[in-house]
Design a protein around this ligand. Structure first.
Ligand SMILES: Cc1cc2nc3c(=O)[nH]c(=O)nc-3n(C[C@H](O)[C@H](O)[C@H](O)COP(=O)(O)O)c2cc1C
Length: 279
């Protein structure tokens, strides 16, 4: 653990790292030393977790062939208008396959103690949020270390879609010790950047082209801050009929939640009685 004391210089340094973090998707071939990968995982572990579950789990992969295998299966090419056939010829591993290391982040859903209450469907969002906090910590430390990094979407619900070339992430990672209660939450790809800014940070893109080209520059602060409702606000303009419809639909959702809660308890009973207690 670093022991640098709290000061305005440290605050400036942290703010600078936050402001200069960008998604980096092109790397040179230099490998990342194991000590650095360990530090990045430590940053992930140091993230907060809802109810202090500490249920974030990390799979670190730095073998080039293995990264290429995963890249081919989880093919990502975020640039608009690209001819995917041609891109696959030139970059068979998409963007993932050419990184120096991957940190694949999972939530251990067994540590979610709301299961027994039948409230798992409500609290499982904390699993996502805990892992998101870890991923952001990793990205920030990677930025401070002069590495390039990018958060890559991956989740259980992406199974059997084009995201995993028709397969599932479990099949893709079947050689690793990943129990059934581990849920995939995201992938961090890492590498030394091809280009740097004047300050030495990895240089990211100013435009993002997943679906349409969009600037990655942040808008002025007013765009993000929420203020008090005004007469002109969208909420003030809601009609009686729309408000009634929202109420009816909300009641339907509430009833569905109750049904889910019941099913949740049944699943919990099977898991606890038949499997988890035996471990
Ligand atoms: C939850 C999440 C998922 C993301 N998934 C992907 C992804 O699958 N592929 C990718 O190239 N970038 C992905 N990104 C990176 C975003 O595209 C990027 O953060 C955004 O364009 C803003 O650019 P910046 O990170 O350089 O500021 C993801 C970011 C987040 C937070």
């Amino acid at each position: 653990m670093s022991n640098i004391p709290c000061s305005s210089e440290v605050a400036d340094a942290v703010a600078s790292v936050i402001a200069h973090r960008r998604s980096i998707r092109a790397f040179n071939n230099k490998p990342i030393p194991k000590e650095i990968l360990d530090r990045l995982v430590r940053a992930g572990i140091d993230a907060p977790s809802g109810s202090n579950w500490q249920n974030q789990r990390f799979l670190v992969i730095s073998d080039a062939e293995e990264i290429m295998r995963i890249g081919k299966q989880r093919f990502v090419w975020p640039y608009k208008g690209a001819n995917i056939g041609k891109v696959k010829e030139a970059h068979p591993g998409g963007i993932l396959g050419h990184s120096a290391a991957l940190i694949i982040v999972f939530a251990d859903s067994r540590d979610n103690d709301r299961r027994g209450n039948g409230e798992y469907h409500i609290w499982q969002v904390l699993e996502i949020q805990n892992c998101a906090a870890s991923i952001q910590n990793i990205l920030l430390l990677a930025t401070a270390l002069g590495l390039g990094s990018c958060w890559i979407s991956a989740s259980d619900s992406m199974n059997f879609t084009r995201m995993f070339s028709g397969g599932s992430w479990r099949k893709m990672l079947s050689e690793y010790d990943l129990p059934l209660h581990y849920k995939l939450q995201g992938i961090v790809m890492l590498g030394y950047p091809k280009s740097k800014t004047a300050q030495g940070f990895a240089k990211g893109e100013s435009m993002h082209g997943a679906t349409v080209w969009q600037s990655t520059k942040r808008k002025p602060i007013d765009n993000y801050l929420v203020g008090k409702k005004s007469a002109a606000s969208a909420l003030a303009a809601v009609t009686f009929t729309d408000a009634l419809l929202v109420k009816v639909y909300s009641t339907v959702i509430l009833l569905l939640h109750r049904a889910l809660s019941h099913i949740d308890k049944l699943i919990h009973r099977i898991e606890i009685d038949k499997y988890f207690r035996k471990l």
